[in-house]
Design a protein around this ligand. Sequence first.
Ligand code: ARG
Ligand code: ASP
Length: 720
Amino acid sequence: MKKILISIAFLIVAQSFMRADEGMWIPMLLKQQNEKDMRANGMRISADDIYSINNASLKDAIVLFGRGCTGEIVSDKGLMLTNHHCGYGNIQQHSSLEFNYLEKGFWAMSLDEELPNKGLTATILIRMEDVTKAVLEGITNQTSESERAKIVEKNIEKITKEAVKGTHYSAVIKPFYYGNQYFMYINEIFKDIRLVGAPPSNIGKFGGDTDNWMWPRHTGDFSVFRIYTGPDGKPAEFSKDNIPYKPKKHLTISTKGYKKDDFTFVFGYPGTTEQFLTSQAVALKTVYENPIAIQLREERLNIIKKHMDSDPLIRIQYAAKVASIANGWKKWIGENRGIKRLNTISEKQVLEAKFNAWANATPERKAEYGNLMADFKKVYDKATPYYVSYKYFSEAAYSIEAVRYALSLRSLIYLAEKKETTETAVKTHAQALIDAAKSHFKGYQQVIDKESFAVATRIYFENHDSQYQPQALKDIAKKYKNNFDRAAEDIFSKSLFTSEEKMLALLQNFKKKDVKKIKKDPIYTYAEETINHYREEIYSALMEVEEKIDHLYRLYSKGLMEMMPDKLFYPDANMTLRVTYGKVDDYYPYDGVRYHYFTTLDGIMEKENPDVYDYIVEPKLKELWKAKDYGSYADKDGSMHVVFIASNHTTGGNSGSPVLNADGHLIGINFDRNWEGTMSDVQYDPDQCRNISIDIRYCLFIIDKLAGAKHLIDEMTIVN
Ligand code: ARG
Ligand code: ASP
């Protein structure tokens, strides 16, 4: 074990400069690893200005928004910016046909108009720490993998408990390089987060799913929230007595703009990257998994869209669902293309051959890495059908709303089936499920779910190897003679889980014996048998395999670092705070085509199409454009810049992240990547990968001129 620690420590000091663009860097290590290079690329602030535990630094203004996005604090009253698509679910929650904030936008004109959001949190990092040694305490080269996992878990529990003793903070420890290294994060989690403003959808989601993942882009993808604390300044659940959060630091906004090649960096919470995947794993992803998900999602999207187009209520109900289904669908199409274009699989094969030769060149290496490539092959050969099966399960069965809903009632069944449970206890539990039922059906359309079920089960049955199919699926096929439309009709009309009326009737006066009704429900039986099949046949196999795979990657990433001692490595994204830096830059997507690095309001008018939902232009925006009423938010060139691109290495989770200039001032909010670059989670290509950000001046312009919420601008610190 000692050897691992030494080699990692060595890596951290081994300075070498790679291309500025690739990499998601650890804030605590910026000073050692990146500061010099960042400065060489134009940065005028220091690593300490970005991350420091002794003084207020930029990190104090960076927020993990909810569980999957980033936000940034822009005023001393806890005002926070993130993406429109990050706040989408919350905006939708407050929307109805009568108060359609999603469609029309929402702006609180004073603090008391700001809207609370149940369950939404804002997490701010207090400090981080390398805890590798403590986490690996008690592990030797002889420790087995399962034993290692247990020790690590125990150590982590102990370390985190100790770290936050006597504080209101929480601590998490995450593995880096598959467990070669561990960092602990001490966080403060705020629980009263209110919606302050959101532009109307035809700005915040302009271009919709049609433009999603694409450049050139014109989406005003931002929304505004505020963090509240208890009167003592500490995190607290929502209360009328709460006060706006007073942050240690808020970002300064620059309206100076940018030009090509200007240094920028992005500070946020990237979710997942997989740079170390082997060629076989990339093939699994691109040849098997992505196509399954792409096909199934495409079918479901067609169904949902058809209904959304014909009914405004369905449009609200399914807006967030369709956005999330479409987002993955389109990304994987782009990812597959990028990986094909880069020849990632054969490039990886070359690297693996090189590694293998290196690994077998000395007896020590041979002992440690000699079998690694063969072991990878063995494990992936075995695991592939299970991964495929998991994809089918999640995209064809678990994706059905009624199936998921039915499974959420299992707790009631367990309770009711216990001998000692009283009728009163069961009744109380059932009553408590009524609210959840109402909220589920508020966003539910049986017809959409039914059609999706028909298509999804047909594909699941026809395309997936029958050896790995759940029996319940085969039973349906048999019973309805492979006519899945008829199956869906029949099952959905008989089920309790597809009708609010039936469901409420059941829950309102629930008795122990009513369990029978649930258990013979056709959706419930399908759901129950399918999930049991998944747990027993797939999940358990994958758990076993993944432990092995993790171990192999731990060796592989360590070995690669030893093989290339001059290369500065970065750990894959894992939903921890990272800095990535690059420059404002254009690109050449295809032969003969060059993409400019920013777009303007003129482009919105160019895209305008009153007949296509995604391209309807907000009338007030058009007036402002006609009058060229851009105030101080116009660029030096006189136009209103809307969106720009740069070569910062970002991924899902970076949405809402601040894009900062050489002085550490906010110039944009990251919200997407270009389609040609979506393979960057597996392989980054500096020529093709761009992050897409809304120009902060466009946000200010919308807040000020369109929403008339100048009081928010006045809260901010702006340098011109
Ligand atoms: N592609 C962006 C990301 O992965 C934005 C997604 C939301 N927008 C949408 N039209 N679905 O999160
Ligand atoms: N749109 C993504 C997000 O929501 C960002 C990305 O994947 O580039 O985090």
